[in-house]
Design a protein around this ligand. Sequence first.
Ligand SMILES: NC(=O)c1ccc[n+]([C@@H]2O[C@H](COP(=O)([O-])OP(=O)(O)OC[C@H]3O[C@@H](n4cnc5c(N)ncnc54)[C@H](O)[C@@H]3O)[C@@H](O)[C@H]2O)c1
Length: 361
Amino acid sequence: MRTIRLGLIGAGGIAQTHCRAIADVEGVEVVAASDVVRENAEKTAARWGIGHVFASYEEMLQMGDLDGVIVCTPTAVHAPPTIAALKAAKHVLCEKPMEATLDAAAEMVRVAHDTGKILMVALKLRYSPQVIVAKNVVDAGTLGEIYYAECVADRRRGNPGGSFIRKATAGFGAGADIGVYALDTALYLMGHPKPVAVSAITSNYISLHSEPVIGQWGRGIDRTEVEDFAAAWVRFENGARLVFKTSWCMHMDSLGGTFFLGTKAGLRVGVGEVRGPEEGVTVYRDEFGAMTDAAVQNVRPVEGIELFRRENAAFADAVREGKPSPIDPGGMLLTNVIIQGVIDSSAAGGKEIEVKVPDVW
Ligand SMILES: NC(=O)c1ccc[n+]([C@@H]2O[C@H](COP(=O)([O-])OP(=O)(O)OC[C@H]3O[C@@H](n4cnc5c(N)ncnc54)[C@H](O)[C@@H]3O)[C@@H](O)[C@H]2O)c1
């Protein structure tokens, strides 16, 4: 098996997780690290035995024997390195969410299409047993037409702080950071219907006003510049509707869970950030002249690091075998369309606004 050689762009927190995961994946190696803060790249290289260190990713991209890069910069800095890497004929695994603005995300997808290189957004929940089984249930036609869904990504007190709460580095807050998992899970299971309108409210009341409590994440969250809560109503071209709710901080145990109503059956999915009251997959339908609930057995959560192993293995396999991106960037772009709709509707006082999927090719 040919070893796929990767370079890191951004060597902060999540880059360490990728390195740790890749250490256990056959046929992939991180051979270079770059970071505007050279010391971060140096420390990461020393920790993981990486041979080449750069303060500029442009220089790293000149390495002829580099197959691809993992973009681990803050969200609002995903597009420039991704576009530079694709133009330098490198495949890209880019951390989630794709970018802070819809325009920047659309440009990334356009360049991936034009260069023919892989652009995969690191949506690790696609590799969770729960989402894999839920997709099998949907693909078997069990649900019929999905006409309504609710998706949540919630934490009771999990504002991450740092670069996640600055407008300049994150762009948006919980709605993009963990909300992207909920949106991607919903869109993936609904078959990527085209969103046409969004109405939304956002707030950051709890981050700004609550006293610190035991179990709270993040320091300095009272300086949060982005939203820690968002709720949205999304309409799709095919008539389906989605309620999207997300929270980093709230006085509640759950926002109600992720579920899908179909004409033939309903489906509840609970996984990691997209949890509800429970983890797992349950199908609700009428059978035997009665209402039945079928809990899929042995769909147990896997460790977070295992999701990173699977994600990196899928990316490397696609690079090695010349396959398309394991996670279609055109489908991913719809998460940005909705997130941009949430931002714009909230800025317009919660009014419903029309959203448009950009023409990317
Ligand atoms: N998949 C997951 O579970 C997960 C978890 C955490 C973070 N993330 C995502 O990973 C991304 C990074 O998050 P993080 O927690 O590692 O942030 P971080 O702040 O710890 O690290 C970001 C690094 O990028 C560097 N950087 C900034 N601008 C750069 C540039 N122009 N060129 C090169 N390097 C640059 C910084 O110096 C820093 O070392 C975010 O998009 C975040 O949403 C994903």
